[in-house]
Design a protein around this ligand. Structure first.
Ligand code: PLP
Length: 357
């Protein structure tokens, strides 16, 4: 038998989540597919959303070119923009949209000549409205916009910004970002784009022309108290392939991090940190075994991990184990290890992805 570990990807759930985001926000919405669609497979996800999504967003040029090579047409926004001037050639040849968020990028665009036959560059001018990371300072936005407008090879200019704390519903920083962005761009023409997933889910005052949802597409709600409605897309699963019973006082696995305090029936599960399941997951991290909640015990190894089956009669070799999915919220696992669903999902590797329509 082949190793029974896989990431099942529910493409119907992906479409459901995209549709929900687009309906909530109104206007148009990118499907953010960077980092191989947060570990879900960018090309397959794009294909599943073709005809539904208004466009795609990725982090950098090579991610966009991989989608084009796979036959994906429609707008693709390159969220980090280009790193070197020569990339603009591919941006134009493939009809990509590019973000410009700092002076050197602006100069590269100014220096690019109008190319015969190439469509005008659509540029997304990014403001730093309070995140303090990428983007033009608000007082510099008008001048940057004027310089882009003066380029004969630049077509439409869209204004955008990104939120630092939109996943904190009671935090005033997001409202300040919205107001500051609006004030600094009030006189400038062009469409606007503010919302990431948390913006879409929590900040209706930031709805503009284009939304940029990422994590919510994959069904992991970034808000502290999810309103519900999203469907998890990935189920990371494996099986119990062996079992043994520990007597009280017997240690389990590396570092003897778990020691039985009663006769303990332990199942060995064929998935480990080399597959992306976090090694630092503590004793007690929830898993589901044949649909029932159980707990991880002992340290996660490279190729396997161990679960407590003592209170789950009827389970054993061959039992299906869900590491996250519909029963075990990936956010719960993320909290247990002090990270975000984003990181766990992006880290999934080695296991085959199985797509379900
Ligand atoms: C990654 C990214 C997004 C999507 O963020 P989520 O939190 O996953 O919705 C949106 N906008 C920009 C600029 C990004 O880099």
């Amino acid at each position: 038998m082949a190793r029974p570990s896989r990431a099942r990807i529910d493409l119907g759930a992906l479409r459901h989540n995209y549709t929900l985001a687009r309906r909530l926000h109104g206007g148009r919405a990118f499907a953010v597919l960077k980092a191989d669609a947060y570990g879900h497979g960018a090309l397959r996800c794009a294909q599943a959303l073709a005809g539904l999504a208004d466009g795609w967003a990725v982090a950098f040029l090579e991610e966009a070119l991989a989608l084009r090579a796979g036959g994906i047409d429609g707008p693709i926004l390159v969220l980090e923009g280009v790193f070197e001037a020569h990339e603009l050639h591919d941006v134009r040849a493939h009809g990509l949209w590019t973000v410009v968020h700092h002076e050197a990028q602006l100069r590269m665009i100014e220096a690019a000549a109008a190319a015969d036959g190439a469509p005008p560059l659509q540029v997304w001018l990014k403001a730093d409205s309070g995140m303090g990371r990428a983007g033009f300072a608000l007082p510099d936005m008008a001048a940057a916009h004027a310089r882009l407008s003066a380029c004969p090879h630049v077509g439409e200019i869209v204004l955008m910004t990104h939120f630092a704390r939109a996943d904190e519903p009671t935090e005033a920083a997001t409202a300040r970002q919205i107001a500051a962005f609006d004030a600094a761009t009030a006189g400038l023409p062009g469409l606007r784009s503010l919302c990431n997933s948390a913006g879409v889910l929590g900040w209706s005052g930031a709805y503009r022309d284009w939304a940029r949802p990422g994590i919510l597409l994959y069904g992991a709600d970034p808000m502290p108290e999810p309103a519900g409605g999203l469907r998890p897309v990935m189920t990371l699963e494996s099986q119990v392939f062996a079992e043994r019973t520990l007597q009280p006082g017997e240690p389990l696995g590396y570092g003897a991090r778990f020691v039985a305090d009663r006769p303990t029936r332990v199942g060995l599960v064929a998935i480990g940190y080399a597959d992306g399941y976090p090694r630092i997951a503590p004793n007690g991290t929830p898993v589901a075994v044949d649909g029932r909640l159980a707990r991880l015990v002992g340290r996660v190894s490279m190729d396997m991990l161990t679960v407590d089956l003592t209170d789950l009669p009827g389970t054993g070799i061959g039992s299906r184990v869900e590491l996250w999915g519909a029963q075990v919220d990936v956010n719960t696992v993320a909290r247990a290890v002090g990270t975000l669903s984003y990181e766990l999902l992006c880290n999934v590797k080695r296991v085959p992805r199985v797509y379900e329509d």
